[in-house]
Design a protein around this ligand. Structure first.
Ligand SMILES: CC(C)(COP(=O)(O)OP(=O)(O)OC[C@H]1O[C@@H](n2cnc3c(N)ncnc32)[C@H](O)[C@@H]1OP(=O)(O)O)[C@@H](O)C(=O)NCCC(=O)NCCS
Length: 306
């Protein structure tokens, strides 16, 4: 089947039917992913099945869920996420069909740009569908707790930079911060993620960086499935927010985030503070250019929404 609007062809021996995901599909869909070694996505799938800006789909063979894909409408930018196919059914075009279904949903919702974070397995599928690699993200992990001894010099330099920058301090979110958070997020991402942020920010989950003047210059929010969208245009604020996340995480646990590789200064400081790089993902885009600021991004909603 050819989709002329988007200009790609669908493979011919498509083995499954695709339909919208219902709330009761979240558990069986998550089981397929766990079986394929892709981690437990149950909480996110359940959220996507009821969240208006998400259009989740499942692929079914004989009534059994064998694949997933989630479209998320962030204003004019649409995210392609959770493209997953049961290992036994790969290489037959199903991943491509799920991706084109998500792309059609985004186009129908008026998205002029599409973005995704590609794994090595997904990359060839997206290449063929007209996505181009924009930049890599480095996934980072650090033990919970404070700054390690050897990093005190670096930490001092960050604190001095923050002071020269107008001395931002961190505090818990208050409802009056919402508008500034939404504006900061829109400027950093070039997207409208207000549908999600309005739902997840709160005093127990969100820390903000605020200058003495009262200006909000960064935030770290926690979403129900455990990841943290974190935005701060200035390096000292981004580092302090990630440091604070480490301090309030349970001792013995690991803290994870991912930042765009182009933020070389940020990566160098984080590595000095004990964060270690793991495998990366590639941000790929299609359609109208997105006006965003990768240096302001210190953490994601997840890899399906950006
Ligand atoms: C990525 C993923 C979804 C791809 O699913 P898939 O069903 O195998 O995808 P497709 O079949 O459409 O394409 C995969 C390959 O099959 C080939 N193929 C597609 N249609 C075909 C057909 N009709 N006949 C034969 N081969 C076909 C494609 O050319 C492609 O080959 P290549 O990538 O080796 O060049 C799957 O590998 C997966 O679930 N991986 C784990 C999760 C993951 O990484 N997801 C991506 C997140 S960004």
């Amino acid at each position: 089947m050819a989709c002329r609007r988007l200009g790609y062809d669908r493979p011919m021996d498509d083995p499954a039917t695709i339909r919208p995901m219902r709330p009761e599909d979240a558990d069986p869909a998550a089981e397929v992913m766990i079986g394929g070694g892709w981690g437990d996505r149950r909480k996110f799938l359940a959220f996507a099945a009821r969240h208006a800006a998400c259009r989740p789909f499942v692929a079914e063979v004989d009534g059994r869920i064998v694949g997933t894909g989630v479209a998320t409408v962030n204003g004019s930018v649409g995210w392609v996420g959770m493209i997953f196919v049961d290992e036994a059914l790969r290489g037959r075009g199903l991943g491509t069909t799920l991706t084109t279904t998500v792309m059609d949903a985004l186009e129908a919702a008026g998205c002029r740009s599409m973005a995704l974070l590609a794994s090595p397995l997904g990359r060839p599928v997206y290449d063929r569908l007209g996505f181009s690699a924009e930049m890599d993200y480095r996934m980072l992990v650090a033990p919970a707790g404070g700054r390690p001894e050897e990093a005190i010099g670096v930490a001092g330099a960050i604190d001095r930079a923050a002071d020269e920058d107008g001395a931002s301090r961190l505090r818990a979110y208050a409802p009056a911060d919402l508008q500034a958070i939404l504006e900061l997020d829109r400027a950093a991402t070039g997207e409208d993620r207000s549908h999600l942020l309005r739902e997840v920010v709160g005093p127990d989950e969100t820390v903000v960086a605020v200058r003495v003047s009262g200006e909000l210059v960064g935030f770290d929010a926690r979403v129900p499935w455990g990841t943290h969208p974190t935005v701060a245009p200035a390096l000292p604020d981004g580092i302090r927010l990630l440091d604070a996340r480490r301090r309030r995480s349970a001792a013995g646990s690991d803290v994870r985030t991912a930042i765009p590789e182009v933020n070389r200064a940020g990566l160098a400081v984080l590595e000095n503070l004990g964060w270690r790089g793991e495998r990366g993902l590639t941000r790929m885009v299609r359609g109208a250019a997105i006006d965003w600021h990768p240096d302001a991004i210190w953490g994601q909603v997840n890899y399906a929404i950006g």
